[in-house]
Ligand binder design. Structure first.
Ligand code: SF4
Ligand code: SF4
Length: 377
């Protein structure tokens, strides 16, 4: 079997099944990545969501015996909604980051990878293949960069010349010795726009990110958001796009190639107050198909409360009062207390005083106390 011929056929087939870019690299260890991961670990910059075993993250042969190559794929996603939300004055809305618009990209990429796997197996029935997207051991970014999909920007995204960084990436390790493609030259140059645009200074030393300071990561945690970041989250209820929208290579990049990835404006830019009232079932029905729902309803509700505080939306006070009285989660109750302090006004003050009397959880009590301080002249 002529491997080069199969590679050409795979490239051709990838276009037929809606893969926007494909690249090939070797299964050699990712040495530079290893050093970076060790440094990140030492500095405490990790998110905690990643595979803990660094060796597995950088050594493809540990993941597939006889690994010889890795195929990286990219799908472009839209950066602008085709339809806008119809907003009335006073409607306060949250926003999901673009990487959570449309159907969960893990599902979409896995579908493309599966089709590609079947195609390869139809040509080479003995091929060994292992596919992964995001939650796999390998770094999607490191693979994509080495496979020539794009370069690694100072904003830590893979930037493709064709689609900017608005791409989802996934990969498959194979035992077939495909000819590797050449990486693309880094085109960031002296630009620092993403570093300047980051609200929390989470991008450090160009190309490194301190996940503990990154809003994208913080919106996905389950606990109370540290105080110093609450005022910087704005109305982001999942993820953060600031370092991508600031990038000149994303200017004018807005591709609507895939029906599944089209956002429903009412879903990805939802009204905030109704979010606070959703049952688990309602949340699942309405938002369950988004990538941004992977942590469940409560982190989104916590973030929606922070967004209401950002807007100082007094019409949210009755709802926040209800949360302080009835909500089971101390994180949501505590965030509601803080938000009432930020929103201010006599009604919010009374709610906090009442909650102080019956609240038992120490963290929530602290939040109530903090919130009451906002009322002091
Ligand atoms: S996602 Fe937002 S918070 Fe995180 S590095 Fe980019 S701009 Fe900063
Ligand atoms: S904003 Fe500038 S420095 Fe940041 S990723 Fe884009 S080109 Fe690179």
């Amino acid at each position: 079997m002529d491997v080069n011929k199969v590679k050409a056929e795979i490239i051709e087939y990838s276009k037929e099944i809606g893969i926007d870019k494909i690249g090939f690299t070797t299964a050699d260890p990712f040495i530079e990545l290893k050093n970076r991961l060790i440094r990140q670990q030492e500095l405490g910059y990790q998110s905690g969501f990643e595979e803990p075993d660094i060796e597995k993250r950088v050594t493809p042969t540990l993941l597939l015996e006889g690994a010889n190559s890795i195929i990286s794929i990219a799908l472009a996603y839209p950066s602008k909604m085709a339809n806008r939300v119809e907003s009335k004055k006073g409607d306060r809305r949250g926003i999901y980051a673009r990487a959570s618009w449309g159907m969960d990209y893990h599902v979409v990429l896995k579908d493309r990878l599966k089709k590609l796997e079947n195609f390869i197996l139809s040509k080479m029935p003995d091929a060994l293949i292992k596919s992964m997207v995001d939650t796999g051991e390998l770094s999607d970014r490191a693979v994509a960069v080495r496979a020539g999909i794009g370069w690694s920007g100072k904003n830590c995204a893979v930037i493709t010349p064709e689609f900017g960084s608005y791409v989802y990436i996934g990969e498959m390790i194979t035992n077939i010795p495909f000819e590797p493609d050449q990486p693309i030259e880094d085109q960031c140059g002296s630009c620092t726009k993403c570093l300047e645009a980051c609200p929390t200074g989470a991008l450090v030393q160009g190309g490194q990110i301190n996940a503990q300071h990154c809003i994208s990561f913080l919106t996905q945690t389950k606990g109370l958001i540290p105080d110093e970041f609450r005022n910087k989250i704005g109305n982001r209820i999942y993820g953060c796009d600031s370092c991508q929208t600031a990038c000149p290579h994303n200017k004018g990049k807005n591709f609507h190639f895939h029906e599944e990835l089209e956002p429903d404006p009412e879903t990805v830019k939802p009204k905030l107050i109704p979010l606070l009232k959703l049952s688990n079932r309602e949340f699942k029905t309405r938002f369950g198909y988004l990538a941004g729902s992977w942590r469940g309803k409560r982190p989104i509700q916590r973030n929606a409360i922070i967004a209401l505080a950002h807007f100082k939306d007094r019409s949210a006070v009755p709802e926040l009062a209800d949360i302080l009285e009835k909500e089971a989660s101390p994180v949501v109750r505590g965030t509601a207390a803080w938000a009432l302090g930020k929103i201010g006004g006599e009604q919010a003050f009374k709610v906090l005083i009442k909650a102080r009397e019956h609240e038992k959880d120490q963290d929530v009590k602290n939040e109530i106390q903090k919130a009451l301080h906002f009322f002091q002249p």
